[in-house]
Design a protein around this ligand. Structure first.
Ligand code: AMP
Length: 570
Protein backbone atom coordinates (compact mmCIF):
# COMPACT_ATOMS: atom_id res chain seq x y z
CA UNK A 1 0.00 0.00 0.00
CA UNK A 2 1.35 3.45 -0.85
CA UNK A 3 2.01 6.16 1.71
CA UNK A 4 -0.94 8.46 2.45
CA UNK A 5 -1.44 11.19 -0.15
CA UNK A 6 -0.79 14.65 1.15
CA UNK A 7 -3.91 16.80 0.74
CA UNK A 8 -3.78 18.81 -2.48
CA UNK A 9 -3.01 22.49 -2.10
CA UNK A 10 -5.95 24.63 -1.03
CA UNK A 11 -5.99 26.41 -4.41
CA UNK A 12 -7.19 23.20 -6.17
CA UNK A 13 -10.20 23.99 -8.31
CA UNK A 14 -12.67 21.71 -10.02
CA UNK A 15 -11.73 22.90 -13.51
CA UNK A 16 -8.06 22.10 -13.03
CA UNK A 17 -8.69 18.42 -12.31
CA UNK A 18 -9.52 17.22 -15.81
CA UNK A 19 -13.21 16.56 -15.23
CA UNK A 20 -15.57 16.56 -18.20
CA UNK A 21 -16.94 20.09 -18.80
CA UNK A 22 -20.51 18.89 -18.10
CA UNK A 23 -19.43 17.83 -14.60
CA UNK A 24 -17.65 21.11 -13.91
CA UNK A 25 -20.80 22.92 -15.05
CA UNK A 26 -22.97 20.80 -12.78
CA UNK A 27 -20.78 21.61 -9.77
CA UNK A 28 -20.86 25.29 -10.55
CA UNK A 29 -24.66 25.18 -10.90
CA UNK A 30 -24.83 23.49 -7.49
CA UNK A 31 -22.80 26.35 -6.03
CA UNK A 32 -19.71 24.32 -5.06
CA UNK A 33 -16.85 26.82 -4.94
CA UNK A 34 -13.85 24.54 -4.36
CA UNK A 35 -13.11 20.87 -3.68
CA UNK A 36 -13.29 19.77 -0.04
CA UNK A 37 -10.02 18.29 1.33
CA UNK A 38 -11.12 14.69 0.71
CA UNK A 39 -12.10 15.62 -2.86
CA UNK A 40 -8.85 17.48 -3.49
CA UNK A 41 -6.91 14.41 -2.32
CA UNK A 42 -9.06 11.63 -3.83
CA UNK A 43 -10.05 13.04 -7.22
CA UNK A 44 -6.61 13.01 -8.91
CA UNK A 45 -5.76 9.33 -8.19
CA UNK A 46 -9.33 8.17 -8.93
CA UNK A 47 -9.40 10.13 -12.18
CA UNK A 48 -6.08 8.48 -13.06
CA UNK A 49 -7.80 5.10 -12.69
CA UNK A 50 -6.11 4.06 -9.43
CA UNK A 51 -7.75 2.13 -6.60
CA UNK A 52 -8.32 4.14 -3.46
CA UNK A 53 -8.76 3.64 0.25
CA UNK A 54 -10.36 6.77 1.68
CA UNK A 55 -10.81 7.40 5.38
CA UNK A 56 -13.59 9.95 5.59
CA UNK A 57 -16.86 10.38 7.44
CA UNK A 58 -20.23 11.52 6.13
CA UNK A 59 -20.32 15.24 5.58
CA UNK A 60 -16.76 15.55 4.27
CA UNK A 61 -17.91 15.56 0.65
CA UNK A 62 -16.89 11.96 0.07
CA UNK A 63 -19.86 11.22 -2.19
CA UNK A 64 -18.64 13.67 -4.83
CA UNK A 65 -15.09 12.40 -4.23
CA UNK A 66 -16.05 9.00 -5.67
CA UNK A 67 -19.05 10.01 -7.82
CA UNK A 68 -17.24 12.54 -10.01
CA UNK A 69 -14.43 10.19 -11.18
CA UNK A 70 -17.00 7.43 -11.64
CA UNK A 71 -19.12 9.72 -13.82
CA UNK A 72 -16.00 10.79 -15.71
CA UNK A 73 -15.22 7.16 -16.60
CA UNK A 74 -18.65 5.75 -17.35
CA UNK A 75 -19.89 5.96 -20.88
CA UNK A 76 -23.59 6.84 -20.71
CA UNK A 77 -26.03 4.36 -22.21
CA UNK A 78 -23.34 1.78 -23.01
CA UNK A 79 -24.81 -0.98 -20.82
CA UNK A 80 -26.32 -4.15 -22.11
CA UNK A 81 -29.63 -5.35 -20.59
CA UNK A 82 -29.34 -6.33 -16.92
CA UNK A 83 -25.79 -5.03 -16.62
CA UNK A 84 -24.24 -1.91 -15.13
CA UNK A 85 -20.96 -0.04 -15.59
CA UNK A 86 -20.57 1.08 -11.99
CA UNK A 87 -21.71 -0.43 -8.71
CA UNK A 88 -21.82 1.58 -5.48
CA UNK A 89 -22.51 -0.44 -2.32
CA UNK A 90 -23.89 1.37 0.70
CA UNK A 91 -25.12 0.17 4.10
CA UNK A 92 -28.63 1.65 4.24
CA UNK A 93 -31.65 2.46 2.16
CA UNK A 94 -31.37 6.15 3.09
CA UNK A 95 -27.79 6.29 1.89
CA UNK A 96 -28.73 4.43 -1.31
CA UNK A 97 -31.30 7.10 -2.08
CA UNK A 98 -29.02 9.93 -1.09
CA UNK A 99 -26.05 8.71 -3.12
CA UNK A 100 -28.28 8.02 -6.16
CA UNK A 101 -29.68 11.51 -5.96
CA UNK A 102 -26.19 12.99 -5.73
CA UNK A 103 -24.97 10.96 -8.72
CA UNK A 104 -28.08 11.97 -10.65
CA UNK A 105 -27.48 15.64 -9.84
CA UNK A 106 -23.81 15.57 -10.81
CA UNK A 107 -24.33 13.43 -13.92
CA UNK A 108 -27.59 14.86 -15.25
CA UNK A 109 -25.98 16.78 -18.11
CA UNK A 110 -24.08 13.67 -19.18
CA UNK A 111 -27.34 11.73 -19.52
CA UNK A 112 -26.25 9.12 -16.97
CA UNK A 113 -28.85 6.68 -15.67
CA UNK A 114 -28.70 5.69 -12.01
CA UNK A 115 -30.82 3.28 -10.00
CA UNK A 116 -30.99 2.81 -6.22
CA UNK A 117 -31.66 -0.77 -5.09
CA UNK A 118 -32.65 -1.46 -1.50
CA UNK A 119 -34.88 -3.78 0.45
CA UNK A 120 -38.54 -2.91 0.81
CA UNK A 121 -38.80 -1.42 -2.70
CA UNK A 122 -41.39 -2.85 -5.09
CA UNK A 123 -39.26 -5.26 -7.07
CA UNK A 124 -41.27 -5.05 -10.35
CA UNK A 125 -40.14 -1.48 -11.01
CA UNK A 126 -36.49 -2.38 -10.26
CA UNK A 127 -36.67 -5.30 -12.67
CA UNK A 128 -38.05 -3.16 -15.49
CA UNK A 129 -35.26 -0.58 -15.16
CA UNK A 130 -32.53 -3.19 -14.76
CA UNK A 131 -33.71 -4.93 -17.89
CA UNK A 132 -32.85 -1.85 -19.95
CA UNK A 133 -29.36 -1.69 -18.37
CA UNK A 134 -28.35 1.10 -15.96
CA UNK A 135 -25.11 3.10 -16.00
CA UNK A 136 -24.76 3.25 -12.22
CA UNK A 137 -26.39 1.00 -9.61
CA UNK A 138 -26.35 2.13 -5.98
CA UNK A 139 -27.35 -0.79 -3.78
CA UNK A 140 -27.42 -2.19 -0.30
CA UNK A 141 -25.43 -5.47 -0.30
CA UNK A 142 -28.45 -7.65 0.55
CA UNK A 143 -30.59 -6.34 -2.27
CA UNK A 144 -27.67 -6.43 -4.77
CA UNK A 145 -27.11 -10.08 -3.91
CA UNK A 146 -30.83 -10.85 -4.41
CA UNK A 147 -30.64 -9.50 -7.95
CA UNK A 148 -27.38 -11.32 -8.66
CA UNK A 149 -28.96 -14.60 -7.61
CA UNK A 150 -32.03 -13.96 -9.74
CA UNK A 151 -29.78 -13.06 -12.67
CA UNK A 152 -31.53 -9.71 -12.97
CA UNK A 153 -28.24 -7.93 -12.32
CA UNK A 154 -25.01 -9.13 -13.90
CA UNK A 155 -21.64 -7.72 -13.00
CA UNK A 156 -19.49 -8.76 -15.98
CA UNK A 157 -19.35 -5.22 -17.43
CA UNK A 158 -18.67 -3.41 -14.15
CA UNK A 159 -15.76 -0.97 -14.57
CA UNK A 160 -15.93 0.75 -11.18
CA UNK A 161 -16.91 -0.51 -7.72
CA UNK A 162 -17.30 1.77 -4.71
CA UNK A 163 -17.76 0.55 -1.14
CA UNK A 164 -19.21 3.49 0.74
CA UNK A 165 -19.25 3.53 4.55
CA UNK A 166 -17.57 0.14 4.53
CA UNK A 167 -17.22 0.03 8.33
CA UNK A 168 -20.99 0.46 8.67
CA UNK A 169 -21.60 -2.34 6.17
CA UNK A 170 -19.41 -4.68 8.22
CA UNK A 171 -21.10 -3.60 11.46
CA UNK A 172 -24.42 -4.46 9.88
CA UNK A 173 -23.24 -7.99 9.09
CA UNK A 174 -22.77 -7.59 5.33
CA UNK A 175 -19.19 -8.98 5.28
CA UNK A 176 -20.09 -12.21 3.46
CA UNK A 177 -22.43 -10.46 1.04
CA UNK A 178 -19.64 -8.04 0.15
CA UNK A 179 -17.21 -10.87 -0.51
CA UNK A 180 -19.76 -12.62 -2.72
CA UNK A 181 -20.52 -9.47 -4.70
CA UNK A 182 -16.89 -8.43 -5.15
CA UNK A 183 -15.87 -11.88 -6.33
CA UNK A 184 -18.49 -11.60 -9.09
CA UNK A 185 -16.96 -8.42 -10.57
CA UNK A 186 -14.17 -8.32 -13.20
CA UNK A 187 -10.59 -8.45 -11.91
CA UNK A 188 -9.55 -5.34 -13.80
CA UNK A 189 -12.21 -3.08 -12.31
CA UNK A 190 -11.32 0.09 -10.41
CA UNK A 191 -12.24 -0.07 -6.72
CA UNK A 192 -12.66 2.69 -4.16
CA UNK A 193 -13.34 1.96 -0.51
CA UNK A 194 -14.52 4.69 1.84
CA UNK A 195 -14.77 4.20 5.56
CA UNK A 196 -14.98 6.56 8.53
CA UNK A 197 -12.56 4.36 10.47
CA UNK A 198 -9.90 1.81 9.61
CA UNK A 199 -10.38 -1.23 11.86
CA UNK A 200 -8.39 -4.40 10.96
CA UNK A 201 -11.41 -5.92 9.19
CA UNK A 202 -11.53 -3.01 6.75
CA UNK A 203 -7.77 -3.13 6.25
CA UNK A 204 -8.10 -6.81 5.43
CA UNK A 205 -10.87 -6.22 2.85
CA UNK A 206 -8.73 -3.48 1.32
CA UNK A 207 -5.77 -5.86 1.24
CA UNK A 208 -7.74 -8.52 -0.63
CA UNK A 209 -9.89 -6.45 -2.98
CA UNK A 210 -8.00 -3.25 -3.77
CA UNK A 211 -5.08 -3.24 -6.15
CA UNK A 212 -2.16 -1.12 -4.89
CA UNK A 213 -4.56 1.47 -3.52
CA UNK A 214 -3.66 5.07 -2.90
CA UNK A 215 -4.52 5.77 0.70
CA UNK A 216 -6.18 9.06 1.45
CA UNK A 217 -6.72 10.26 4.94
CA UNK A 218 -7.12 13.91 5.59
CA UNK A 219 -4.46 14.56 8.21
CA UNK A 220 -6.08 15.80 11.34
CA UNK A 221 -3.44 18.18 12.54
CA UNK A 222 -4.04 19.11 16.13
CA UNK A 223 -4.63 22.81 16.47
CA UNK A 224 -2.43 24.36 19.15
CA UNK A 225 -4.48 25.67 22.05
CA UNK A 226 -3.05 29.18 21.67
CA UNK A 227 -4.25 29.27 18.06
CA UNK A 228 -7.86 28.64 18.95
CA UNK A 229 -9.93 31.77 19.36
CA UNK A 230 -11.79 32.29 22.65
CA UNK A 231 -15.17 31.25 21.44
CA UNK A 232 -18.11 29.69 23.24
CA UNK A 233 -19.04 26.74 21.07
CA UNK A 234 -22.48 25.17 21.04
CA UNK A 235 -24.14 22.74 18.64
CA UNK A 236 -27.79 21.91 18.07
CA UNK A 237 -28.79 18.63 16.45
CA UNK A 238 -31.78 19.24 14.16
CA UNK A 239 -33.33 17.51 11.18
CA UNK A 240 -32.71 19.42 7.93
CA UNK A 241 -36.35 20.47 7.58
CA UNK A 242 -36.19 22.37 10.88
CA UNK A 243 -32.89 24.15 10.41
CA UNK A 244 -34.27 27.51 9.34
CA UNK A 245 -36.83 27.58 12.16
CA UNK A 246 -34.06 26.64 14.61
CA UNK A 247 -31.78 29.34 13.27
CA UNK A 248 -34.51 31.96 13.69
CA UNK A 249 -35.13 30.88 17.25
CA UNK A 250 -31.44 30.92 18.15
CA UNK A 251 -30.97 34.36 16.61
CA UNK A 252 -33.86 35.55 18.78
CA UNK A 253 -32.30 34.07 21.91
CA UNK A 254 -28.74 35.11 21.19
CA UNK A 255 -29.50 38.60 19.80
CA UNK A 256 -26.18 38.89 17.92
CA UNK A 257 -24.77 42.34 17.27
CA UNK A 258 -23.65 41.00 13.92
CA UNK A 259 -23.24 37.44 12.71
CA UNK A 260 -21.84 35.47 9.80
CA UNK A 261 -23.87 32.42 8.89
CA UNK A 262 -21.81 29.94 6.90
CA UNK A 263 -23.27 27.60 4.28
CA UNK A 264 -21.48 25.06 2.12
CA UNK A 265 -22.66 26.23 -1.30
CA UNK A 266 -23.61 29.40 -3.16
CA UNK A 267 -27.09 28.03 -3.72
CA UNK A 268 -27.59 27.48 0.00
CA UNK A 269 -26.29 30.98 0.71
CA UNK A 270 -28.80 32.52 -1.72
CA UNK A 271 -31.72 30.40 -0.46
CA UNK A 272 -31.01 31.08 3.20
CA UNK A 273 -30.59 34.82 2.62
CA UNK A 274 -34.01 34.96 0.97
CA UNK A 275 -35.58 32.92 3.82
CA UNK A 276 -34.06 35.11 6.53
CA UNK A 277 -35.13 38.35 4.87
CA UNK A 278 -38.61 36.87 4.44
CA UNK A 279 -38.65 36.22 8.18
CA UNK A 280 -37.84 39.77 9.14
CA UNK A 281 -34.04 39.68 9.49
CA UNK A 282 -31.64 41.92 7.62
CA UNK A 283 -29.41 39.46 5.83
CA UNK A 284 -27.00 39.80 2.90
CA UNK A 285 -25.36 37.09 0.81
CA UNK A 286 -21.62 36.84 0.17
CA UNK A 287 -20.21 34.21 -2.18
CA UNK A 288 -17.78 33.65 -5.03
CA UNK A 289 -20.52 34.02 -7.67
CA UNK A 290 -20.79 37.74 -6.91
CA UNK A 291 -18.59 40.42 -8.48
CA UNK A 292 -15.82 41.94 -6.36
CA UNK A 293 -17.75 45.19 -6.31
CA UNK A 294 -20.89 43.51 -4.96
CA UNK A 295 -18.85 41.74 -2.31
CA UNK A 296 -17.08 44.90 -1.21
CA UNK A 297 -20.42 46.65 -0.87
CA UNK A 298 -21.83 43.88 1.36
CA UNK A 299 -18.77 43.82 3.62
CA UNK A 300 -18.89 47.61 3.95
CA UNK A 301 -22.54 47.41 4.97
CA UNK A 302 -21.76 44.82 7.62
CA UNK A 303 -18.90 46.89 9.02
CA UNK A 304 -21.00 50.05 9.08
CA UNK A 305 -23.91 48.34 10.86
CA UNK A 306 -26.22 48.44 7.83
CA UNK A 307 -26.39 44.65 7.90
CA UNK A 308 -26.75 42.38 10.91
CA UNK A 309 -26.44 39.02 9.24
CA UNK A 310 -24.03 37.95 6.53
CA UNK A 311 -24.72 34.61 4.88
CA UNK A 312 -21.50 33.38 3.28
CA UNK A 313 -19.49 30.54 1.81
CA UNK A 314 -16.05 29.71 3.23
CA UNK A 315 -14.24 31.00 0.17
CA UNK A 316 -15.96 34.39 0.17
CA UNK A 317 -15.48 34.97 3.91
CA UNK A 318 -11.81 33.95 3.99
CA UNK A 319 -9.71 36.56 5.75
CA UNK A 320 -12.65 38.79 6.70
CA UNK A 321 -11.97 40.84 9.80
CA UNK A 322 -15.07 42.48 11.20
CA UNK A 323 -14.61 43.63 14.79
CA UNK A 324 -18.33 43.95 15.55
CA UNK A 325 -18.97 40.31 14.74
CA UNK A 326 -20.39 38.65 17.87
CA UNK A 327 -21.54 35.32 16.42
CA UNK A 328 -20.52 32.77 13.83
CA UNK A 329 -23.21 30.32 12.85
CA UNK A 330 -22.45 27.15 10.93
CA UNK A 331 -25.73 26.49 9.14
CA UNK A 332 -24.00 23.30 7.93
CA UNK A 333 -21.16 21.54 9.65
CA UNK A 334 -18.11 22.44 7.53
CA UNK A 335 -16.68 19.66 5.37
CA UNK A 336 -13.33 19.76 7.20
CA UNK A 337 -12.32 20.58 10.79
CA UNK A 338 -9.82 23.13 9.50
CA UNK A 339 -12.67 25.06 7.89
CA UNK A 340 -14.44 25.08 11.26
CA UNK A 341 -11.41 26.64 12.92
CA UNK A 342 -11.21 29.30 10.18
CA UNK A 343 -14.91 30.03 10.43
CA UNK A 344 -15.10 30.49 14.18
CA UNK A 345 -11.90 32.54 14.06
CA UNK A 346 -13.97 35.32 12.43
CA UNK A 347 -15.31 36.08 15.91
CA UNK A 348 -13.61 36.06 19.30
CA UNK A 349 -11.08 38.57 17.97
CA UNK A 350 -8.84 40.80 20.06
CA UNK A 351 -9.30 38.82 23.23
CA UNK A 352 -13.11 39.18 23.25
CA UNK A 353 -15.27 36.16 23.76
CA UNK A 354 -17.22 35.24 20.66
CA UNK A 355 -19.98 32.74 20.12
CA UNK A 356 -20.04 29.89 17.61
CA UNK A 357 -23.23 27.98 16.94
CA UNK A 358 -23.34 24.89 14.75
CA UNK A 359 -26.44 23.23 13.37
CA UNK A 360 -25.82 19.53 12.95
CA UNK A 361 -28.00 17.10 11.06
CA UNK A 362 -28.39 13.83 12.95
CA UNK A 363 -26.24 11.89 10.45
CA UNK A 364 -23.39 14.39 10.78
CA UNK A 365 -22.62 13.81 14.44
CA UNK A 366 -19.32 12.14 13.61
CA UNK A 367 -18.07 15.33 11.95
CA UNK A 368 -18.65 17.18 15.17
CA UNK A 369 -16.53 14.70 17.12
CA UNK A 370 -13.77 15.03 14.48
CA UNK A 371 -13.78 18.77 14.97
CA UNK A 372 -13.53 18.35 18.74
CA UNK A 373 -10.57 16.01 18.28
CA UNK A 374 -8.76 18.45 16.03
CA UNK A 375 -9.42 21.55 18.11
CA UNK A 376 -9.04 19.81 21.46
CA UNK A 377 -12.10 21.76 22.58
CA UNK A 378 -15.51 20.53 23.57
CA UNK A 379 -18.56 21.62 21.62
CA UNK A 380 -21.58 21.45 23.89
CA UNK A 381 -24.70 19.95 22.40
CA UNK A 382 -27.65 22.04 23.60
CA UNK A 383 -31.38 21.63 23.17
CA UNK A 384 -33.20 23.96 20.79
CA UNK A 385 -35.46 26.39 22.70
CA UNK A 386 -39.05 25.14 22.62
CA UNK A 387 -42.14 27.13 21.62
CA UNK A 388 -42.93 27.46 25.34
CA UNK A 389 -39.37 28.70 26.06
CA UNK A 390 -39.71 31.33 23.36
CA UNK A 391 -43.13 32.44 24.55
CA UNK A 392 -41.85 32.64 28.12
CA UNK A 393 -38.84 34.64 27.01
CA UNK A 394 -40.93 37.09 24.99
CA UNK A 395 -43.30 37.60 27.90
CA UNK A 396 -40.44 38.04 30.34
CA UNK A 397 -38.87 40.72 28.17
CA UNK A 398 -42.24 42.40 27.76
CA UNK A 399 -42.82 42.42 31.51
CA UNK A 400 -39.38 43.86 32.11
CA UNK A 401 -39.90 46.59 29.47
CA UNK A 402 -43.20 47.58 31.10
CA UNK A 403 -41.65 47.66 34.55
CA UNK A 404 -38.92 49.90 33.26
CA UNK A 405 -41.41 52.28 31.67
CA UNK A 406 -43.45 52.32 34.89
CA UNK A 407 -40.36 53.15 36.95
CA UNK A 408 -39.23 55.85 34.51
CA UNK A 409 -42.71 57.50 34.55
CA UNK A 410 -43.21 60.14 31.80
CA UNK A 411 -46.42 58.66 30.46
CA UNK A 412 -48.79 61.24 31.96
CA UNK A 413 -49.63 62.62 28.52
CA UNK A 414 -51.18 59.24 27.71
CA UNK A 415 -53.23 58.89 30.89
CA UNK A 416 -56.23 60.48 29.19
CA UNK A 417 -56.31 57.54 26.69
CA UNK A 418 -56.76 55.13 29.58
CA UNK A 419 -59.14 57.42 31.46
CA UNK A 420 -61.36 57.68 28.40
CA UNK A 421 -61.75 53.90 28.43
CA UNK A 422 -61.90 53.38 32.20
CA UNK A 423 -65.61 54.13 32.47
CA UNK A 424 -66.37 51.42 29.96
CA UNK A 425 -63.73 48.72 30.70
CA UNK A 426 -61.94 47.16 33.61
CA UNK A 427 -58.46 48.68 34.15
CA UNK A 428 -56.84 45.24 34.03
CA UNK A 429 -58.45 44.58 30.62
CA UNK A 430 -57.25 47.93 29.28
CA UNK A 431 -53.71 47.19 30.42
CA UNK A 432 -53.82 43.69 28.89
CA UNK A 433 -55.07 45.08 25.57
CA UNK A 434 -52.26 47.67 25.57
CA UNK A 435 -49.72 44.91 26.23
CA UNK A 436 -51.20 42.92 23.36
CA UNK A 437 -50.61 45.84 21.01
CA UNK A 438 -47.03 46.20 22.23
CA UNK A 439 -46.48 42.48 21.82
CA UNK A 440 -47.77 42.51 18.26
CA UNK A 441 -45.71 45.58 17.38
CA UNK A 442 -42.56 43.87 18.68
CA UNK A 443 -43.26 40.78 16.59
CA UNK A 444 -44.06 42.72 13.44
CA UNK A 445 -42.28 41.29 10.44
CA UNK A 446 -40.76 38.57 12.60
CA UNK A 447 -41.60 34.99 11.98
CA UNK A 448 -43.31 33.81 15.13
CA UNK A 449 -44.64 30.54 13.75
CA UNK A 450 -45.03 28.10 16.54
CA UNK A 451 -43.65 24.87 15.09
CA UNK A 452 -42.32 22.49 17.70
CA UNK A 453 -38.80 21.45 16.66
CA UNK A 454 -38.09 17.78 17.36
CA UNK A 455 -35.39 17.08 19.92
CA UNK A 456 -32.67 14.89 18.44
CA UNK A 457 -29.50 13.87 20.21
CA UNK A 458 -26.60 12.20 18.43
CA UNK A 459 -25.94 8.65 19.65
CA UNK A 460 -23.25 9.60 22.16
CA UNK A 461 -25.46 12.16 23.81
CA UNK A 462 -28.57 10.05 24.12
CA UNK A 463 -27.67 8.62 27.48
CA UNK A 464 -27.01 12.00 28.99
CA UNK A 465 -29.56 13.99 30.89
CA UNK A 466 -30.96 17.17 29.36
CA UNK A 467 -30.01 20.25 31.34
CA UNK A 468 -32.17 22.51 33.46
CA UNK A 469 -32.95 26.10 32.72
CA UNK A 470 -29.69 27.43 34.11
CA UNK A 471 -27.68 24.95 32.09
CA UNK A 472 -24.01 25.73 32.75
CA UNK A 473 -22.47 22.77 30.94
CA UNK A 474 -19.40 21.21 32.45
CA UNK A 475 -15.96 21.13 30.90
CA UNK A 476 -16.13 24.35 28.88
CA UNK A 477 -14.74 27.82 29.30
CA UNK A 478 -18.01 29.74 29.22
CA UNK A 479 -21.60 28.82 30.08
CA UNK A 480 -24.25 28.31 27.46
CA UNK A 481 -26.56 31.25 27.00
CA UNK A 482 -29.26 29.23 25.28
CA UNK A 483 -32.15 28.41 27.56
CA UNK A 484 -31.38 24.72 27.77
CA UNK A 485 -27.78 23.74 27.41
CA UNK A 486 -26.86 20.27 28.55
CA UNK A 487 -25.62 19.78 32.09
CA UNK A 488 -27.21 19.62 35.50
CA UNK A 489 -28.93 22.46 37.30
CA UNK A 490 -26.71 24.62 39.52
CA UNK A 491 -26.10 23.45 43.06
CA UNK A 492 -26.27 27.02 44.37
CA UNK A 493 -29.12 29.53 44.78
CA UNK A 494 -29.56 31.80 41.80
CA UNK A 495 -30.47 35.45 41.65
CA UNK A 496 -31.22 37.54 38.60
CA UNK A 497 -29.54 40.89 38.06
CA UNK A 498 -31.03 43.75 36.06
CA UNK A 499 -28.46 45.77 34.11
CA UNK A 500 -29.48 49.08 32.56
CA UNK A 501 -28.04 48.60 29.08
CA UNK A 502 -29.19 46.28 26.33
CA UNK A 503 -29.23 45.72 22.61
CA UNK A 504 -29.46 49.42 21.75
CA UNK A 505 -26.17 49.95 23.59
CA UNK A 506 -24.61 47.06 21.65
CA UNK A 507 -24.61 44.79 24.70
CA UNK A 508 -23.72 41.15 24.04
CA UNK A 509 -23.74 38.15 26.39
CA UNK A 510 -19.96 38.04 26.05
CA UNK A 511 -19.67 41.60 27.43
CA UNK A 512 -21.64 40.68 30.53
CA UNK A 513 -19.73 37.47 31.13
CA UNK A 514 -16.44 39.29 30.59
CA UNK A 515 -17.38 42.07 33.02
CA UNK A 516 -18.77 39.80 35.74
CA UNK A 517 -15.88 37.36 35.51
CA UNK A 518 -13.25 40.08 35.12
CA UNK A 519 -14.50 42.73 37.54
CA UNK A 520 -16.08 40.59 40.25
CA UNK A 521 -13.86 37.53 39.87
CA UNK A 522 -16.82 35.16 39.50
CA UNK A 523 -16.10 32.03 37.47
CA UNK A 524 -17.80 32.31 34.09
CA UNK A 525 -19.19 28.78 34.51
CA UNK A 526 -21.29 30.10 37.40
CA UNK A 527 -23.04 32.68 35.25
CA UNK A 528 -26.39 31.39 34.05
CA UNK A 529 -28.98 32.45 31.50
CA UNK A 530 -28.50 35.89 29.95
CA UNK A 531 -31.23 37.82 28.20
CA UNK A 532 -30.60 41.02 26.31
CA UNK A 533 -33.57 43.37 25.90
CA UNK A 534 -33.56 46.59 23.88
CA UNK A 535 -32.63 48.81 26.83
CA UNK A 536 -31.63 46.40 29.60
CA UNK A 537 -30.18 42.94 30.22
CA UNK A 538 -30.93 40.20 32.73
CA UNK A 539 -28.23 37.83 34.03
CA UNK A 540 -28.55 34.88 36.39
CA UNK A 541 -25.73 34.72 38.97
CA UNK A 542 -25.12 32.83 42.23
CA UNK A 543 -27.10 34.48 45.07
CA UNK A 544 -24.02 34.48 47.30
CA UNK A 545 -22.04 36.56 44.76
CA UNK A 546 -24.83 38.96 43.78
CA UNK A 547 -23.93 41.92 46.03
CA UNK A 548 -20.26 41.69 45.15
CA UNK A 549 -21.10 41.65 41.42
CA UNK A 550 -23.43 44.66 41.80
CA UNK A 551 -20.74 46.63 43.63
CA UNK A 552 -18.07 45.67 41.10
CA UNK A 553 -20.20 46.50 38.05
CA UNK A 554 -21.25 49.86 39.49
CA UNK A 555 -17.58 50.83 39.51
CA UNK A 556 -16.93 49.47 36.05
CA UNK A 557 -17.99 50.43 32.53
CA UNK A 558 -19.88 48.20 30.13
CA UNK A 559 -19.64 48.92 26.39
CA UNK A 560 -17.81 52.09 27.42
CA UNK A 561 -20.51 53.43 29.75
CA UNK A 562 -21.42 53.39 33.44
CA UNK A 563 -24.56 51.33 33.91
CA UNK A 564 -27.18 50.81 36.60
CA UNK A 565 -27.14 47.36 38.19
CA UNK A 566 -29.60 45.91 40.71
CA UNK A 567 -31.32 42.71 41.66
CA UNK A 568 -34.25 42.10 39.34
CA UNK A 569 -37.55 42.53 41.15
CA UNK A 570 -39.44 40.02 39.08
P1 AMP B 1 -21.15 13.95 1.83
O1 AMP B 1 -20.00 13.86 2.78
O2 AMP B 1 -20.82 13.37 0.51
O3 AMP B 1 -22.41 13.41 2.44
O4 AMP B 1 -21.40 15.52 1.53
C1 AMP B 1 -21.85 16.38 2.52
C2 AMP B 1 -22.45 17.64 1.94
O5 AMP B 1 -21.44 18.46 1.39
C3 AMP B 1 -23.47 17.43 0.85
O6 AMP B 1 -24.58 18.25 1.16
C4 AMP B 1 -22.81 17.93 -0.40
O7 AMP B 1 -23.75 18.51 -1.28
C5 AMP B 1 -21.86 18.98 0.13
N1 AMP B 1 -20.65 19.12 -0.67
C6 AMP B 1 -19.88 18.14 -1.20
N2 AMP B 1 -18.82 18.67 -1.83
C7 AMP B 1 -18.90 20.01 -1.72
C8 AMP B 1 -18.08 21.11 -2.17
N3 AMP B 1 -16.97 20.91 -2.85
N4 AMP B 1 -18.49 22.36 -1.84
C9 AMP B 1 -19.62 22.55 -1.14
N5 AMP B 1 -20.41 21.57 -0.68
C10 AMP B 1 -20.06 20.30 -0.97
Amino acid sequence: MKAPQPPAPVEATFDSLGLKPALVEALSALGYEEPTPIQAAALPPLLAGKDLLGIAATGTGKTAAFALPLLNHVEPGACRPNTTSALVLVPTRELAMQVSEAIHRYGQKLGISVLPLYGGQVIGQQLRVLKRGVDVVVATPGRALDHLRRGTLQLDDVRVVVLDEADEMLDMGFAEDLEAILSGTPEDRQTALFSATLPPRIASIAERHLHEPVRVKIAREKVEQGEMPRVRQTAYVVPRAFKIATLGRLLDVESPTAAIIFCRTRTEVDDLTVSLNGRGWRAHALHGGMTQEQRDRVIKQLKSQGTDLLVATDVAARGLDIPRLSHVVNFDVPNAPEAYVHRIGRTGRAGREGVAITLVEPREHRLLRNIERVTGQRIEVATVPTVADMREKRQELLRASLRETLVAGEYDSLRNVVEGLASEFDAMDIAAAAVKLLHEAQDEGRDTEETEIPVVAPPQERRERPGGKFGGPAGRAGPARGPKARGGPPTWDVTRLWIGAGRHAGMRPADLVGAIAGEAGVESSKIGAIQIGDTFSLVEVPESDANRIIAALKNATLRGKKVQVRKDRN
